[in-house]
Write a protein that binds this ligand. Structure first.
Ligand code: SF4
Length: 695
């Protein structure tokens, strides 16, 4: 029996860790993080380890299917690949003929392999590539751009060398990124302080040296007080600020009234504790990381929370610093050529985006735009109709608020296609479902990881597909061929890789030994002194002209968040280490570990309602209700209830997940319209529910 080691990329969440699969007789026997990247330490998280169970799962999608009944009825006809791709291509052509190429939209979940997706949509002639990000990280992205002129991934988090890490909108030990967790763990062992600011004592909070329980929705008040204290007590890095921050005087004037005493009344965090915290931060500068967040589609002011975090990092001199947020290097920073972009193979469409980004909303990053506004165009036909939609590994009916309302918008589509390796609510509602091979069964295009030490990496197929499923490139290149986009009609993944590697001095076989190719010998820290920020002034800009010209404030005065009406709670949600959004809850291995979510409720609030731990309760809003088991705990703010996101599946094809737990997005009626015009993110934690004992 021979054991083969295959280097590939995990696909169980959006982090995409480099992994090594041990394969024997066509079966994956063992999975681990690559031993060749020190920060991986050979480890993967529980979800990554469950990739084996995904392969064996008979309840995943197994062949292309075409809808026969009405949408969502669950009546399907099994199809061969040629038939399914022909069907999609013919229907796309019909839509394009009637409404123009711009009437096609495509969404994914972002990530390093999106170049092919963007190229495909562009090749069709549509500007409407989008992703899930308005329900995730758009606020932090726009906050970063508005201050630094950089994207959020143009700086990295140097956890390993940090002396104080603050997690406010990030729960790193549960919403796991393996390398970040390992690096932070190492830093903590070496004396790095960890402060966690949250409405709930998470696993991250359990590891913290300081936990600040903040009133839900009042984070901005705390951060304004921190800025106040840094500036008024001269605890910031004055030399860095003088050199690199523009409009510091405006900031100083703005935060003058936001004292720690004032913040105490808003947040519940004692003023003295805020002062001690700020002094500790100052003592650790510039090796401080106040993480600006990832999933920040939460409150109406989340964009300003993210903005205030970048401002704090700047005041501490942490942006560009070792142990802080150093600048990410690209291949060119080491004199190397980057991968050839597939998107450059096809011309950029001239049409304006259907979501208004770039023309109506000039302050937003063009990239993926805002999906919820593209959904509006499906219904309203404004600024023009969207009539065909391809959801690629994206389940908006689970990830966005108010799925019933969203289905009404999808109902206006002539064609809805899902590409997915598991069932999803959106796949179930689609006209055609194209089954993607799970990551251990598929190859993807090459990708580049920018960072202190950038590298190219490859996802290789560890085992042959068990069912009639295909790789992403096979599906999209197959469609491209049928749609007449000859530039993208690659016949093999090797041809794709060779194209991407043109002029790079790297060959496909260079990935054989480890699965990646380093583009530098050692990490490089670029000095902030030598760095010119890509903003009009070349500095970090507190006042962002594009925001101001849209009538939006760069420095927004604080507005106190609504207190829940009597007898109600703010509905909040988050992640755990065992599941990735909705797509792992039916995974046999992970289901066994965590079959359903529970409703966290504060113990004092529960006692007032006579609710005992473990008891089933009814959660309700606007006449809609569901039941769920209560977790009564002192470790949650009394104004909120909390659930882990991704549960409450109702698809009969998922026997394990069916009917287990609660989907919080069904309680967000009207939530598609609650979004922040400054940051672009949906505000998903602006909803209140009742909780009652079942009598
Ligand atoms: S964090 Fe876990 S699930 Fe995500 S890519 Fe890494 S190993 Fe896979």
């Amino acid at each position: 029996m021979t054991t083969q080691q295959v280097y590939s990329i995990c696909g169980m969440c959006t982090v995409r860790c480099p992994i090594m699969a041990e394969v024997e007789n066509g079966e994956v026997r063992f999975l681990q993080g690559t031993p060749h990247i020190p920060a991986m330490k050979g480890s993967i998280c529980p979800r990554g380890a469950a990739g084996k169970a995904l392969i064996r799962d008979h309840e995943r999608l197994q062949a292309p299917i075409i809808r026969e009944g009405r949408r969502g009825q669950g009546k399907w006809r099994k199809a061969g690949w040629d038939e399914a791709l022909d069907e999609v291509a013919e229907r796309l052509k019909a839509v394009m003929q009637q409404h123009g190429a711009r009437s096609v939209a495509f969404s994914d979940r972002g990530g390093p392999f999106r170049d092919l997706h963007q190229a495909f949509v562009r090749g069709l002639g549509s500007p409407n590539y989008t992703n899930h990000d308005s329900s995730c990280a758009r606020n932090v992205m726009h906050a970063c751009k508005s201050l630094l002129g950089l994207g959020r991934k143009d700086v990295v988090y140097d956890f390993k060398n940090a002396r104080h890490v603050v997690l406010q909108t990030r729960n790193i030990f549960e919403a796991i990124n393996v390398q970040e967790v390992n690096n932070l763990g190492e830093a903590l062992a070496n004396g790095c302080k960890l402060t966690v600011i949250d409405i709930r004592a998470t696993i991250s909070a359990a590891k913290a040296s300081r936990f600040l329980l903040v009133r839900p929705g009042s984070d901005y008040a705390l951060n304004l007080a921190v800025i106040h204290e840094l500036l008024m007590q001269k605890l910031y890095d004055a030399e860095y600020a003088a050199r690199l921050i523009k409009d510091l005087d405006r900031l100083e004037e703005f935060v003058r009234a936001y004292t720690p005493e004032w913040a105490e009344t808003e947040t519940g965090i004692p003023a003295g504790e805020i002062r001690r915290f700020v002094r500790e931060l100052s003592a650790a500068k510039p090796a401080v990381i106040w993480h600006p967040g990832w999933m920040t589609a939460r409150y109406m002011d989340s964009f300003y929370v993210c903005r205030s975090i970048y401002i704090i990092n700047a005041l501490l001199g942490a942006i560009g610093a070792k142990g802080g947020l150093p600048f990410a290097n690209k291949p060119g920073d080491f004199g190397r050529k980057g991968l050839k972009k597939l998107v450059d193979l096809v011309p950029k469409p001239e049409d304006r985006r259907a979501d208004g980004v770039g023309w109506r909303y000039k302050h937003f990053d063009g990239g993926p735009g805002l999906a919820h506004l593209i959904y509006n165009a499906m219904e309203s036909g404004e600024p023009y109709p969207i009539k065909a939609y391809i959801a690629y590994r994206h389940d908006p009916l689970m990830g966005f608020p108010d799925p019933d309302r969203l289905m009404q918008k999808f109902e206006k589509l002539d064609l809805l296609v899902s590409v997915s390796f598991t069932w999803s609510d959106t796949a179930w509602y689609s006209d055609v479902v194209l089954p993607l091979s799970p990551y251990l069964e598929r190859e993807s295009i090459l990708a580049c990881k920018n960072g202190l030490k950038p590298y190219f990496f490859v996802r290789r197929r560890a085992v042959a597909p068990r069912f009639d499923t295909r790789s992403d490139w096979e599906i999209l290149c197959g469609l491209a061929k049928r749609m007449g986009i000859k530039e993208l009609a690659f016949e093999s993944v090797e041809a794709l890789w060779e194209h991407q590697l043109k002029d790079t001095d790297v060959r496909p076989e260079d990935f054989d030994a480890t699965g990646f190719v380093n583009l530098a010998d050692a990490p490089k820290y670029r000095k902030s002194e030598d760095f010119k920020f890509p903003t009009p002034s070349g500095k970090i800009e507190i006042i962002h002209d594009k925001l101001e010209s849209q009538g939006l404030a760069s420095l927004k005065p604080y507005e106190s968040p609504k207190r829940p009406p009597q007898g109600q709670f703010r509905l909040t949600f988050g992640r755990c280490a065992l599941h990735t959004q909705g797509h792992t809850v039916n995974n046999p291995m992970l289901f066994e570990q965590m079959p359903e979510n529970v409703l966290w409720i504060n113990d004092t609030a529960a006692a007032a309602l006579k609710i005992a731990d473990g008891e089933r309760v009814t959660v309700g809003r606007n006449g809609y209700s569901e039941t769920i088991a209560a977790k009564v705990t002192p470790f949650l703010h009394p104004e909120a209830v909390f659930v882990v996101h991704g549960f409450g599946h109702r698809l009969p094809v998922e026997s394990r997940a069916f009917g287990r737990g609660l989907a919080e997005n069904r309680f967000m009626q009207g939530g598609l319209d609650i979004w922040d015009p400054a940051g672009g993110g949906i505000a998903m934690q602006e909803h209140f529910v009742t909780v009652s004992k079942i009598r």
